[in-house]
Write a protein of this length. Structure first.
Length: 313
């Protein structure tokens, strides 16, 4: 198990280095002269030259990369080109908001998706099974931003159960925090719920047709114990989908945070793209990849513990 863990950890580090390097050069290729976006209407040749010298873009690209990557190894993400504040400190303020929404969305997706998937898998071709399949088709067809707007109009504007916009930190008010992230989390989670439910349903139906399940039932095992065996067999596929959902939810949070006016990394990403703030974009990318690597690492370890064959592979 130790060798398996070290291999997964090493592959995660390699992935992080490759993505960070590729993102750096792609960002500079996409924004060859960031001074234009940073200065806006004040972009005169003289002002551009002064700013280029200040932010270091007048130096060779490899020199810039060496300085940035060296700082990254020390945990220094650099300084924003827009406000000349630390990228790390700004991310530390914005990231908890996004992680709050995504974490609650993942929790809702896992719990509700598991409940619906088990119910549909144990009772195929019943109303609950048809409901799950219909919901999967409908929610995948609807744009995420439209679903978010419907939730705002229904539960915030008309019913006034939740605030329409804004964010309350849990240190200020735990109840206010829960209210402020409920609708954004639901908007993010709806598609993930039906995807997990559909995946778990199919895995349970396939496992239920296996000989060992019929043997368990013939021995008079209680239904809940049979379900536990089915869940153990279906867990790898469902956990993989859940890990992939985490990546998708991080991307979806960028749009949802704009709709609900949440001060997370979504608005920061959009503003940095428009301004040409490459250090901020790189910091957001690296932090996102770090979380993806961590999630995949934990997934591999969990799958290796559930299924010893995975460790052998």
């Amino acid at each position: 198990m130790l060798t398996f863990t070290l291999k997964r950890l090493l592959s995660g580090v390699i992935l992080l280095v490759v993505v960070a390097t590729g993102t750096f050069f792609l960002a500079h290729a996409a924004i060859p002269d960031p001074t234009l976006g940073l200065l806006g209407s004040a972009a005169t040749p003289e002002a551009q030259a002064v700013l280029a010298e200040r932010i270091g873009t007048d130096r060779p690209l490899l020199v810039q990369f060496g300085e940035w990557f060296g700082g990254l190894l020390r945990g220094d993400f650099g300084v924003s080109w827009k406000n000349f504040q630390s990228v790390g400190s700004q991310l530390a303020l914005k990231l908890p908001v996004t992680l709050s929404v995504v974490s609650v969305a993942i929790l809702l997706s896992a719990l509700l998706g598991a409940l619906l998937g088990v119910a549909a898998g144990l009772r195929p071709n019943t109303w609950i099974d048809k409901l799950v399949k219909a919901a999967a088709v409908i929610l995948f067809a609807l744009p995420g931003f439209w679903v978010a707007l419907v939730l705002v109009m229904t539960f915030a504007v008309n019913l006034r159960w939740f605030p329409a916009v804004g964010y309350v930190a849990p240190t200020q008010s735990l109840g206010g925090w829960a209210q402020s992230i409920t609708l954004p989390a639901i908007a993010l989670a709806l598609g993930a719920i039906v995807m997990i439910a559909e995946q778990l349903r199919n895995a349970i139906i396939q496992a239920d047709a296996q000989d060992y399940v019929r043997t368990l039932r013939s021995r008079g095992l209680p239904q809940w114990r049979v379900v536990m065996h089915l869940l153990r067999n279906a867990a790898p596929a469902s956990l993989t989908v859940l890990a992939l959902m985490f990546v998708g939810l991080l991307s979806g949070a960028i749009i949802v945070e704009q709709i609900f006016a949440l001060p997370g990394i979504g608005p920061l990403t959009q503003a940095s793209s428009q301004n040409g703030d490459i250090p901020m974009l790189l910091g957001i990318t690296v932090i996102t990849v770090v979380f993806v690597v961590i999630i995949n690492f934990l997934l591999d370890i969990l799958l290796g513990w559930i299924n010893p064959k995975a460790r052998a592979k």
